[in-house]
Design a protein around this ligand. Structure first.
Ligand code: ATP
Ligand code: MG
Length: 261
């Protein structure tokens, strides 16, 4: 009983709570009954082998991937219940609350850095051009790129483009951010700049779920690490515990492969 009560309390306090989320593609179930509650200000890193369902599970949090079953609650609003589709208005609200950055940056090539950041604020939030521009410039400064405001993406490095993409997501004032391997397409040095921005975001209290292969970053920045394999959440806990003394054999096997490389 005590266990059931603390789990209910956990869900109530959570900014985002996924409960028994499953995702199937045809006959293939790639996410299997995964639970994850994230508190306000918490950073959770998801690690695991390729094809284990990390991206699919992460994308459920802003409904880019509709779950087949389970429930998803964000900031007290039930977004998904037993696989039922949310209303369009709720979906728009959700996408504003939950920002996302991917491995590929998806910036508009014909717009400058600052115009890329202006755009969503004007179209999604109805901010005036003037208001949006002021916010865009603040954010460019925050990610260390105010000098690139008038540069088009093709003339920015991969790391700079990713930081512009992060600024664009932050411009909608999200309550939480999802990151799917934001550095994996980048050279290590450029990845480092992006990780520094993410660390600053974490320090500023942003709630984040980050799928990453950067174990050192996960250990230093995350409050908890979840290990996924074969669509299941195998293990979740404090970074040191999961990375240095994993309980499950599957986690041990994965980590020994990662660290022996
Ligand atoms: N749209 C889709 N249709 C069919 N199968 C899919 C689809 N998206 C993902 N899958 C399958 O679901 C499984 C999980 O994929 P997912 O991308 O979530 O893995 P991942 O853990 O993020 O892997 P990686 O570390 O390589 O990014 C894989 O077997 C993949 O082939
Ligand atoms: Mg993935």
């Amino acid at each position: 009983m005590a266990g059931a009560k603390s789990s209910a309390d956990e869900t109530t306090r959570a900014l985002a709570a996924a409960e028994r989320i499953s995702v199937s593609f045809g006959d293939l179930e790639v996410v299997k009954q995964v639970d994850l509650s994230v508190r306000k200000g918490e950073v959770v890193a998801i690690i695991g082998p390729s094809g284990s369902g990390k991206s699919t599970f992460l994308r459920c949090f802003n409904y880019l991937q509709p779950p087949t079953s389970g429930t998803l609650t964000i900031d007290g609003d039930v977004i998904v219940d037993a696989g039922r589709k949310p209303k369009y208005a709720d979906l728009l609200k959700l996408r504003r609350k939950v920002g996302m950055c991917f491995q590929s940056f998806n910036l508009f090539p014909h717009l400058t850095a600052v115009e890329n950041i202006d755009l969503a604020q004007i179209s999604a939030l109805g901010r005036s051009k003037h208001e949006a521009r002021a916010r865009s410039m603040d954010l460019l400064k925050r990610v260390g790129l105010e000098t690139k405001a008038d540069t088009k993406p093709a003339r920015c490095s991969g790391g700079q483009q990713q930081r512009i993409a992060i600024a664009r997501a932050l411009a909608l004032d999200p309550q939480m951010m999802l990151f799917d391997e934001p550095t994996s397409a980048l050279d290590p040095e450029l990845g480092h700049e992006v990780l520094a921005v993410m660390r600053e975001l974490a320090d500023s209290g942003m709630t984040m779920i980050i799928v990453t292969h950067e174990m050192r970053f996960a250990e230093n920045v995350a409050d908890r690490i979840m290990f996924m394999a074969d669509g299941k959440a195998v293990e979740i806990g404090e970074p040191r515990q999961v990375l240095r003394s994993p309980v499950h054999e599957r986690t041990q096997k994965f980590l020994s492969m990662v660290f022996d490389r």
